[in-house]
Structures are given as C-alpha cells and as structure tokens.
Write a protein that binds this ligand. Sequence first.
Ligand code: XMP
Ligand code: MG
Length: 183
Amino acid sequence: MNYGSEIEKVLLTGKQIEIRTQELADEINRDYADKELLVVCILRGGVIFMADLFKRLTVDAEMDFLAVSSYGAGTTSSGEVKVMKDLSAPVDRKHILVIEDIIDTGITLSYIMEMLSARKPSSIKLCSLLDKPSRRKVDLFGDYVGFEIPNEFVVGYGLDYDEKFRNLPDVCVLSPSVYEKNN
Ligand code: XMP
Ligand code: MG
C-alpha cells in the first residue's frame, strides 16, 4: 500500500498481522479449550485487532467493551486514566482476556488490569497486538503479544494520531512532521 507524506514507512503489513493473529488465536483456543471466555476490548484502538482475533476463536467467547481516556491529541502519556465507558455486565466467574492495541508505558493498562481484577473474575490475562518494551514505566507484561516494536509512534490497524489513520490496513510509522506541526 502506498501512503502519502504523513506516513514514514510501513512497519507491519496487514498480511503479517493476519498470520500472527491466527497464531495468537490458536494459542488462546488451546489455553481456554474448556473455559468460557470474556473478551474485553479496550476502545477504540483495540477494536480492529479484537474483531480479527475474535472471529478466529473456536472456544465459547463473549465480548464486551471498555473505554478509558488516553493520550488525547498528543503522543506522550499523561498518566491520567479515566473510565469513559464501563463494561455492560459483571465479570465475576468469567475468564477475562483484555485486548489492547499497544502496551507502551503500561500505565493505562496496569490501571485497567487492577480495576478488573478487583471485580473478582475467575482469571484475567492480557493480549496486545503491539508491545513497546523500551517505554515501560510500570511492571506489566502481555500474556499474548503480537509484535514487539521499537520506540516509534505508530498508526493504522486501529491505532490513531488525533483520531486519524485508524483505517489504514497496515501498522505504519507516522512521520514526525505530523506531530511536530501540532506540538
Ligand atoms: P500506556 O502508555 O499506558 O498507553 O501503555 C497505552 C495507550 O497509549 C496509546 N499509544 C499509542 N497509540 N500509537 C498510537 O496510536 C502509538 O505508537 C502509541 N503508543 C501508545 C494507545 O492508545 C494505547 O492504548
Ligand atoms: Mg489511542
């Protein structure tokens, strides 16, 4: 796919993501073979990955959605997390799998994992399409991770910059000129 000057390069193609998503689904299907799974998608970045993963699940699976405040228009974490939309049902006795687009500092996700753990699910695990381990500020790891990526700001396949680029079929590195213009 050819993009304009706002995109520096393609980091992961839609095809690479599709192959890796199937591998993750295979693992999840094995691990939850005899369990009922509640897939919790973190809106909005995780939604495309969740949908592609969810249709590959062969175990009993339900989905729910959680929205928290994120970076806003910038590209660095504020450290502030606010629940904008909560789950629609209680999670006690459910096996939760949280689906996120990217683990960056880990601040947002550790808050989410603690909040959901406090509701006493049967188990809770984390699945993230991307992981930027070099940026971690808290002790958090993904149980299922699609790809480790370098410390570059990425967009596409659900990930946004200022709500744009979520519709790109690939994960791409954003040109620094885009956010230098705004910051
Ligand atoms: P933390 O830092 O708490 O935040 O792990 C995770 C959230 O930050 C956003 N994020 C990004 N979004 N490209 C994006 O489009 C990136 O490179 C990026 N890094 C972090 C993302 O919303 C994620 O849920
Ligand atoms: Mg985001």
